[in-house]
Each structure stands twice: as C-alpha cells, then as structure tokens.
Ligand binder design. Structure first.
Ligand code: AMP
Length: 283
C-alpha cells in the first residue's frame, strides 16, 4: 500500500521503466462489485493496475456527507485481493492538500447542469483531485463507471482541453439483482427506503421500452412516465429527470439517435443517481 505522492511517483517510474502500461481506478473506497468491475477491466487492458482510495473533501458541499461517508479500508483491501491484488494508493487529506493549497480545476459546459446545479462545487473538486491523481500516478489509462455519467463527461472534457495524456475508459453500471445501481451510499438506506429505491432503475427500464419498443420520441411523454413511476415510492423526492445529448449534456425536446436519461432523487437524507444511454435507429 502506498500512502505518499513521492512513493507513488517512484512506483509509477518503475512500471514505466519496465515498459508496463498503468491502469488506474480512482475510488472513494467502501468498495463493491461496481468498483471491482473497473479493476477487472483494468486487469484485462493494462500490465499494472493502481486503485486509489481517497474520500476527497473538496468534492463534498458543506452540508454533505463527507464525515459520514463509509470508510472500510480493511474490507476494501481484502476485496482487492480477490481481483488480482492491484497496487493501492491511500493518501490522507494533508498528503493531497497541503497547507495553503489554492488551485481548482474548473470545467465549464458539461459540469453546469444537473448535478452541477444541485452541487455547485462538486465537479471542481472532482476535476481537481482526478488531475492530481493522474499526474501523481502517471496513469496511461483510467477507468470510470457510467454510474457517474456526468462525472465521466467532466473528466473527458478536462482530459481533452488540458491535453492530459490519459485514455479514459467507461465501464457499465453494475446493479443489485433487483436493478438498483450499486453505490457506496446504498449503505445509508433503511430497509423500507431500500425497497423503494428500486423504482429508479425500474423507471429507466420503462423509459427505454417506450423509446425502443413504442418508438416514442417526445421527451415530455418519456419524462412524465419516469416521474409517475418514481412517485409510486412515497418517500422518493425527485431532484431531476434529464433527457439529454450524451456528448454535450444539452437537454433534448425530441429523442436523438443517442440519448442519455439521467435521474437523481433523494430518499431520507440519501441521494441516489442512475442513468441509461439509449441508442435508437431513428425509425
Ligand atoms: P466512487 O468510489 O463512488 O467515487 O466511485 C469510484 C468509481 O467507481 C467511479 O468511476 C464510479 O463511477 C464507479 N462506480 C461506482 N458505482 C458503480 C457501479 N454501480 N457500476 C460501475 N461503476 C461504478
């Protein structure tokens, strides 16, 4: 386990000196099968795999769950042994943000709507920590989950605009058997909340059916269907149902060839997000 940036740089140099391609999976820990799927994909594409575990304070708003966020390092390290024992980077907050730290990476456009509206400082924190981790790790390829679709858009835009020499690979959403997208925050859900949470993925399946089978192209009809499905769960409070172009995140009025549906809702004090990408034949 590596805990300092200096040590991480040394490790990275060693890998590159032996012609190894570094695959990197950034995480905040409390690992589950979603995270492990990224590590498995990295194992297939790269010679050396690095996982970071860092609950990044700068991506949490002042009233968010930074202090409560689940931390389970021992379990995480055990789980990582089941997927090829990648190298693990576990810095503490002062290692990542030394006294006087005063830089923020701001990505425009794709970071503004949806999550960006509700969590105005979130993506600056994400872009800043991801760039720091890319630079310290010398990653050649980085693996992200589609689960955080807008985050992927922000990271891609940062990589493109700053010419960061890291290839970004997006991996599919891993779900519980009933369809709920796996998330470290699912641990917060009480039993009744957990059983209501399934409406999110169910609403996306309904929307996908409407678009692909019934050929419905009017965004408002699809949005209404999603809304009424989510509202069958009495405690679920919708933050947004966005139907957008997956490249620009501009909202659509008519379903496009490629469309992403992004939803976010709160239940109790927990926020859940989910999404689906739908490709139509435009027939
Ligand atoms: P986090 O620890 O929540 O910051 O997530 C670390 C990485 O794992 C991010 O790229 C997430 O998108 C990804 N991830 C989280 N949950 C899932 C999931 N259910 N399926 C696939 N990837 C996921």
């Amino acid at each position: 386990m590596i805990t300092t940036i200096e040590e991480l740089r040394r490790w990275s140099r060693q890998q590159h000196n032996s012609q190894k391609r570094i695959g990197f999976v950034p995480t905040m820990g409390a690992l589950h099968d979603g995270h492990l799927s990224l590590v498995k994909t990295a194992n297939q594409c790269c010679d050396s795999v690095l996982v970071s575990i860092f609950v990044n304070p700068t991506q949490f708003g002042v009233n968010e769950d930074f202090h409560q966020y689940p931390r389970s390092l021992e379990d995480d390290l055990r789980l990582l042994q089941t997927v090829g024992s990648p190298e693990v980077f576990v810095p503490n907050v002062t290692e990542m943000y030394q006294t006087g730290f005063d830089v923020s990476v701001h990505v425009g456009g794709v970071s503004q709507p949806f999550e960006g509206k509700i969590r105005p400082t979130h993506f600056d924190g994400v872009a800043t920590v991801v760039l720091k981790l890319f630079l310290a790790s010398g990653a050649d390829v980085a693996f992200f989950g589609q689960k955080d679709f807008q985050q992927v858009c922000v990271v891609r835009k940062m990589v493109t605009d700053l010419n960061v020499p890291v290839e970004v690979v997006v991996c599919p959403i891993i779900r519980e058997p009933d369809g709920l997208a796996m998330s470290s925050r699912n641990k917060y859900l009480s039993k009744p909340q957990r059983s209501q949470a399934v409406v999110l993925s169910q609403s996306l399946i309904l929307a996908e059916k409407m678009i692909l089978d019934e050929k419905i192209r009017d965004v408002e009809i699809v949005r209404k269907k999603i809304r009424s499905k989510i509202e069958t769960a009495p405690d679920m409070k919708i933050d947004y149902i966005a139907i957008a172009d997956p490249k620009t995140l501009h909202e659509l009025t008519i379903i496009n060839f490629d469309t992403v549906i992004l939803i976010a809702a709160g239940i109790g004090t927990t926020r859940l997000i989910d999404n689906v990408i739908i490709t139509t034949t435009m027939s």
